[in-house]
Design a protein around this ligand. Structure first.
Ligand code: ZN
Length: 309
């Protein structure tokens, strides 16, 4: 399987406006797509990322107003890590303190400094201040200077009671390989490695059991270059006995879905065509983007969605 790393991560929020403010203004990500949940068009699907929402940078949310809060824990993608420059840790500590975002004590993990905090729904986020090379440019932002900006995902941490079945799927089917182990954490990587590829399997016995709800990750998606690699990945999963969905066209990428043995929902998504397929790069995220089959219902859909500004 020719995976290139993480593609996007999709999570659950409660209030869409609070979510939008936090990810664009506090974290300095770009709002690259305002769409709806294709299976529930009364709900937004909000996408944040770099300037174009490149694969490996796109964090997306389904905000369900009034949804009960979940609890990050085992059986879930427990924490989402972003890559920042090694020299930017102090900037972010001050910024988050100034903005009244409580942070945990800095942790050293595989030689990097990790600053952990939660978003307004309690979703676990980590800024990984890494000396590893990461040439990705952050989103242009009036809130966060470019030299300190988030460069995309660093890692996704899966919380597990037993890492072996998940590790076996990663390494035997998905071409991931063990990168390093430290304490209760084993880090896996794929392709050329580095920030944006890492999946950490975390088996701290103190972890609570995860509960679904706002503030938890819905699924994590891995990248493939093109349709041919996507079909090849699908075939490999079928051959391995995974219960994998048919290919679904999500307009901005094609997707297949399956669960890893601990129950975390995985997706494999194509790099193409990307978010600039239905609006220009300059105006990404400004208008409500709908898939063609929902376009005829635009007026009702827009009227039912909460206002974001
Ligand atoms: Zn997805």
């Amino acid at each position: 399987m020719n995976l290139l790393g993480l593609h996007h991560i999709t999570a659950i929020a409660a209030d869409p406006k609070t979510n939008l403010d936090f990810y664009t203004r506090v974290l300095g990500l770009r709002f690259v797509k305002k769409s709806v949940n294709q299976d529930d068009p009364g709900t937004y699907h909000l996408y944040y990322g770099d300037n174009v929402g490149s694969p490996g940078t796109a964090l997306t949310f389904f905000p369900w107003q009034g949804l009960r809060r979940g609890r990050p824990g085992t059986g879930q993608a427990y924490a989402t890590g972003f890559s920042i420059p090694a020299a930017s840790l102090a900037y972010w500590q001050k910024r988050l303190a100034d903005l009244k975002v409580a942070t945990e004590p800095v942790e050293t993990r595989f030689g990097d400094q990790v600053l952990a905090f939660v978003d307004p729904d309690g979703m676990r986020l980590e800024l990984v201040a890494t000396a590893e090379a990461d040439p990705r440019a952050p989103a242009p932002s009036t809130d966060v200077p470019a030299e300190h900006g988030i460069r995309g995902f660093h890692s996704s941490t899966l919380a597990l009671t037993d890492a072996l079945p998940t590790a076996t799927m990663l390494t035997k089917i998905m071409s991931y390989r063990l990168h390093a182990k430290e304490g209760h954490r084993a880090r896996y990587t794929v392709a050329g490695g580095g920030p944006g590829t890492y999946v950490d399997l975390f088996t701290d016995p103190k972890l609570p059991r995860g509960l679904n709800g706002s503030g938890t990750v819905h699924h994590i998606a891995f990248r493939v270059a093109d349709d041919a690699q996507h079909l090849a990945a699908h075939e490999l999963l079928v051959t391995a006995g995974a219960h994998v969905s048919p290919v679904i066209d999500r307009a901005y990428f094609k997707s297949i879905y399956y669960r890893e043995p601990a129950g975390v929902l995985f997706e494999i998504a194509t790099d193409q065509p990307g978010f600039a397929i239905d609006e220009s790069v300059e105006t990404l995220g400004q208008k409500l983007s709908l898939p063609p089959r929902l376009e005829t219902h635009r007026a009702e859909i827009e009227a039912a969605l909460p206002k974001l500004d």
